[in-house]
Design a binder for this molecule. Structure first.
Ligand code: SF4
Ligand code: SF4
Length: 394
């Protein structure tokens, strides 16, 4: 299951959700990979004990004109074809502007003489590695004492060599480089680990999780493109709702199955403005919950605000052990995703049947249930489970 974790704005907790979810699913024995596609500010590795294995340069082909073959003013086809204004005609020569080039190759295709060749431009570096996760993370048996609530897998005592492995990859954009999308494409498709003979990694489901860049521009579109499910992390504020709307608009435009995870629920930010509350039919309520219910967008998880969890994030630690309510919220979200991904290798994947209409049906019941019980996620309602099963074709 390709799971893209994104948001309309930065700072909602995308990386927190991506890293903690990936670690929890890996700890449950599933085959999990995590790709940090936020190549302008990669930070997911700060939360995991990554053992770096590979470093590869990511380059982009950029045009280079062979002036002896170029027909000059009599032609200009390459200049007219380039949609990114990376070529211009000045005097009697074609000028190239490599920083504007997207490497699409169209100029070489239209060149009648073969005068358009390519050099390469360094875009950034792709790093790959693995992180070993405590096998028991996310289970009640693994609850640590609060004197050590860092939750960092690398600080866990006696981490066995056969501990679950999370395959990890990220990208570091070259300083001064404006084109993030080629690097994102190079980073995002990291497959989940295969099952090794020693049995270190097991489990029925395979999750390829992407921590996507914020916003709804080219970088985010490249990262979420072709995902099986887009999880939009939102914060309970009017600003968060504004940008969530943009992100949902993007998902609808791309026709991507999408759902919302409300992070830092109950943070105590101002209630929705009256216009939003009226539209959602829930004056004074959390603006994100009200809006998702009104719009029929599934609310798959509600992660409560917790000072202990915030302290974990500030120290670069996983937060499964920070607070019981946070731990339970992640566990419920993982349960939902497990159900959706189960039997994913079968002839019909569970989320194939969801579609936009199926998700809308799931949404209305899930969001309403969550509104009625603010600290409860969709998994706790029988109606939602029924809807999910119907959507999964069971
Ligand atoms: S490769 Fe594409 S973007 Fe780059 S100069 Fe040629 S046509 Fe323009
Ligand atoms: S298409 Fe080829 S021949 Fe024509 S102007 Fe461009 S480089 Fe020169």
């Amino acid at each position: 299951m390709k799971l893209a974790i994104a948001s309309g704005k930065g700072g909602t907790g995308k990386t927190t959700v991506a890293v903690n979810l990936a670690a929890l699913l890996a700890a449950r024995g599933h085959r999990v990979s995590l790709a940090d596609c936020d190549v302008e500010e990669p930070n997911a590795h700060l939360f995991l004990p990554v053992e770096w294995k590979t470093r590869e340069q990511c380059t982009l082909p950029v045009p280079k004109v062979n002036e002896t073959l170029c027909l000059g003013a009599a032609c200009r086809r390459c200049v007219e074809a380039c949609r990114f204004k990376a070529l211009a005609f000045m005097g009697d020569a074609v000028l190239d502007f490599p920083d504007l080039c997207h490497g699409c190759g169209l100029c070489a295709l239209v060149c009648p003489t073969g005068a358009m060749t390519y050099a390469t431009r360094l875009v950034g570096e792709v790093r790959g590695g693995i992180a070993r996760i405590r096998p028991a993370m996310g289970t009640s048996a693994d609850r640590v004492n609060m004197a050590d609530r860092t939750g960092r897998p690398d600080r866990a005592p006696d981490l066995p060599a056969t501990a679950p492995v999370l395959r990890f990859r990220d990208g570091v954009l070259r300083i001064g480089e404006a084109m993030a999308t080629p690097l994102i494409r190079a980073v995002k498709d990291v497959p989940p680990p295969t099952v090794p003979k020693d049995g270190a990694v097991q489990g029925p489901c395979a999750f390829a999780i992407r921590d996507c860049p914020p916003g709804v521009a080219c970088a985010a579109i490249n990262a979420v493109h072709d995902a099986d499910l887009l999880l939009l992390v939102a914060e309970p504020s009017p600003f968060g709702l504004h940008d969530l709307r943009l992100a949902v608009g993007l998902a609808r435009h791309l026709r991507l199955p999408h759902a919302v995870v409300l992070n830092r629920a109950g943070m105590g930010l101002p209630a929705a403005p009256s216009s939003t509350a009226t539209a959602a039919g829930a004056p004074g309520s959390d603006p994100v919950r009200a809006w998702t219910a009104h719009e029929g967008v599934p609310l798959l998880g509600v992660i409560p605000f917790s000072r202990a969890a915030a302290e974990c994030g500030a120290t670069g630690s996983l937060m499964h052990d920070a607070a019981p309510e946070v731990r339970a919220a992640y566990a419920r979200l993982a349960d939902v995703l497990e159900d959706m991904a189960r039997d994913a290798d079968g002839p019909r994947r569970p989320w194939d049947g969801l579609g936009l209409a199926g998700l809308a049906g799931l949404a209305s019941q899930a969001s309403q249930a969550d509104l009625a019980t603010p600290a409860t996620t969709v998994e706790e309602t029988g109606a939602t489970t029924d809807a999910k099963e119907r959507a999964c074709g069971r």
